[in-house]
Design a protein around this ligand. Structure first.
Ligand code: SF4
Length: 58
């Protein structure tokens, strides 16, 4: 299962700190919009899922 970002949980008002914890650089962000997961890079380690205090990744 690919990682997805719940737009109802992500406040979309700050630089996403999860970008720095992704070990493969699969997360990108345009401005303060919700982060985008590059499924071709993601190794499904779920670090972002555990890291995000808003529980926006699933
Ligand atoms: S599951 Fe791991 S590899 Fe995939 S986006 Fe999250 S932190 Fe990056």
């Amino acid at each position: 299962m690919a990682i997805s970002v719940d737009l109802n949980r992500c406040p979309q008002n700050h630089p996403c700190p999860a970008l720095t914890i992704c070990p493969v650089g699969a997360l990108t962000q345009n401005g303060v919009a919700a982060p985008i997961v590059d499924a071709s890079k993601c190794i499904n380690c779920k670090k972002c899922v555990r890291f995000c205090p808003m529980e926006a990744f699933s």
